[in-house]
Design a protein around this ligand. Sequence first.
Ligand code: GDP
Length: 602
Amino acid sequence: MDKQEENKNEEVKKISIEIEDAIVVKDLAAKMEIRVTDLIAELMKNKIFATLNEKIDFETAVIVGDDLGFEIVRKKSDLERNRYLLKSKTLGKGAKKRPPVVVVMGHVDHGKTTLLDKILSTNVAAGEHGGITQNVSSYQVKKKGEVITFMDTPGHEAFHSMRERGAYITDLAVIVVAADDGVKPQTKEAVAFAKSAGLPIIVAINKIDKPESNVELVKKELSDIDLMPEEWGGKTVCVNISAKTGEGIDNLLDMIILYSDMEELKAEYGSFAEGFIIESHLNPKVGPIATVLIQNGTLSEGDFVAAGILSGRIKIMKNFLGEEIEDATPSMPITILGLSEVPRSGMVLKAYPTRSAAEAAALAFKERTTSTLGEGKVLSVSRIQEMAENGKLKKLNLVIKADTKGSLEAIVQILDTIKVSGVAIQILKTGVGDITESDVKMAQSSDARVIGFNNSADANAKRIGEKENIAFKFFNIIYEMVTYVKGELSDMLDAETVRTDLGKMKVIAIFKLPRKSAKVVDMIFGAKIEHGKVEKNAKLEIMRDGEKVGEGILTELQHNKKTVGELKSGNNAGVTFKGDILVEEGDDIVAYKEEKVKRIVK
Ligand code: GDP
């Protein structure tokens, strides 16, 4: 079923669309009955980079659907399948207990980061903790011998990152609500999101150390959004905490452990591993680095792996403390080194017994996916060449470098939607990482613009760029980059001729005929203006029996034997005409003007 009745529980009525675990972007656009480019644009706003043939997952569809006024609902069976994927039924006999994976969400400034920091600093030995130099997005803590994995949703973009980090790989959502501020829009979003992903919710009512905190009021607000606290007879576990003083945090951790015991979360240990790529980036010194959450099996150093179209061999594995490890077990967040390129976040990483098996898996994935845009690919080369050969096309050459593969694909995808007659974008080179000397050289030899997205230029590139006067353009918002590219295209476009019809007149008399030998017909006739107006220098179209038979220019206009600039409908005019045909009595003549207008790529 594509569309259902509006959901009666919603305050704002939205059209419901039912989908499965994932949906191809263009199919979703079709279900929404909107243009696919509009959907891609909406995805971009949410920093989700998907091409029209790519699949987006359910969570993503919920987010963009919401923005576009749709309620995306999942078939119940799929929802359950996802949540219970790693439960005993689908696992081998050797499956054992695994740590719960907890995602922390909440309204901005309600204390999410403070809570995660506090948990980390009080539950990881000081020496080890000191070893964490960079922000970790996922970590593990031990409480009474039980391990818990926490995942952060950075910044206030909980939703896009939830998608990227895969809501369905987490087991539980902790929603942080400040006791002095209560339920806020992002709290509601987080709750809706957790519910749509089928995640159980524990509410951490934070900042109870503050004198102005009002726990009871928060509970009332929670019950208003269908989260009735247990002590009020509902099902929602609420724990009062202070992320600042640490009060109540032990209690929160106990609740999480209690929950995971009840759920009997299990996974296999020792079998070929399967994990989920949470994030990835290119480290210029060591190459592609990916953060992976192990979901099942054990990943070991030296294992052959495939992730999407990429394959490789695990060279180095590190835990969240940055310590090298040899094996990674279920629910562990780790960083890996050994893939040939930067994998996309959201991809599944799997281990295989041999290199050839891993390579075959990557190849099979490539064949399955229809999206062919990737690093180093040139966009629609054949189309561009064809037009260039016809000499009709000007090309805007671009060299594009971006911080991640995801943003690069998104940029290429959106540039592909810019179609303007007479000019085309030709992407000469794309790549992940900073702008380098070779990028600048390529730009120089082909008069290309160099665009950087969320990155910078290395020292050599800067030096050559300055010397050769090649400017780099840096962006961190795709729309700004698109605006720049459109501006450049506009500058390349030839002005367009725009015709405006002025009026119509009927020839009532011929006053002066042209000389017979003249090449150009030069004559004077009398006409009645029937519509609009006519003016000096107007272009004229001669119509006879409803068909255009010739054209010319009105070189002089007279009214009552006086020369005038223009004449309106209802007047008789003496018209001096220069053209390519002899005008006859009874002809209809359309007067119009043409203007050159600069074209703007919108
Ligand atoms: P986030 O946006 O949800 O990550 O919120 P932060 O963790 O950055 O916290 C926002 C502000 O609230 C910071 O100034 C914190 O110091 C403060 N804060 C967080 N938790 C508590 C708390 O339990 N008590 C008090 N008094 N302040 C807190």
